[in-house]
Ligand binder design. Sequence first.
Ligand code: GUN
Length: 293
Amino acid sequence: MELLDGKKIATAIKLEIASEVAQMRASGMRAPNLVAILVGNDGASETYVNSKEKNCKEVGFDSSVIRYDAKITEDFLLAKIKEINQDDSIDGLIVQLPLPAHISVAKVVETIDHKKDVDGFHPINIGRMNKNLPCFISATPNGIMMLLDRYKIATAGKHCVVIGRSQIVGSPMSILMSLNAEPGNCTVTLCHSKTPDIKKYTLDADIVIVAIGKKNFLTADMVKNGAVIIDVGMNRENSNETKSGYKLFGDVDFEQVKTKAAYISPVPGGVGLMTIVSLLKNTLSAAKKEYYQ
Ligand code: GUN
């Protein structure tokens, strides 16, 4: 079994991005600028946003986090998004999810200018992704595609089973793997909470992408010999063994599955780091106006 080492690949791509930013600055352009809005104080969201800001700084981007109390109104948030849409000094805007229940995620996402939607959540970006047109692709699925690409994993004609149909990961992942592209060209099965007997599908899979949010969900008896396993799980458990006070677990029972798989992306050290790098890539593309004028 070989690890799909997200840390190694993410570090290499960050160096590439940093060198592009240095060139932009040298030619008189300003650095890419990402703004993140965080509403409330969800612990996981706080960690993600801080990590995004730290990574922006590491590659030479400008970035800032706007923090709001969980009690702000939807109208207030939408007005702030519209203000940022008009601000030419800002290339990318993300509103960290989840949001408090009184704020509509759909309205927030549709209010963000699709040209600044580096999360790739806006319906225009989702639609363009479906049509295989240039667009912002959401960070986790895009990070997984970069990982498959850098490890030269053969995907054409393979059976890919995606477990989980979330708007952020499972749904776009299933589309990307089925597109006529490289990586891509898979026969895709999308399993979800209403799928009876998921094992029936995973046992036939050459590639399994698990994004279901259940620790140790994928066990060895569900996996074909030689399969490629991508673990998107981010299950946090309190722990006094770590500085952060919690430990991360994937959706894959790593110790079991490693006896059968050809490749596994570990948690931590796999997809999570690639997610941040693909957000950086999208922000760089936004600054360079690669997809939209
Ligand atoms: N919450 C969990 N993942 C994400 C993400 O990729 N983007 C945003 N905005 N919120 C998230």
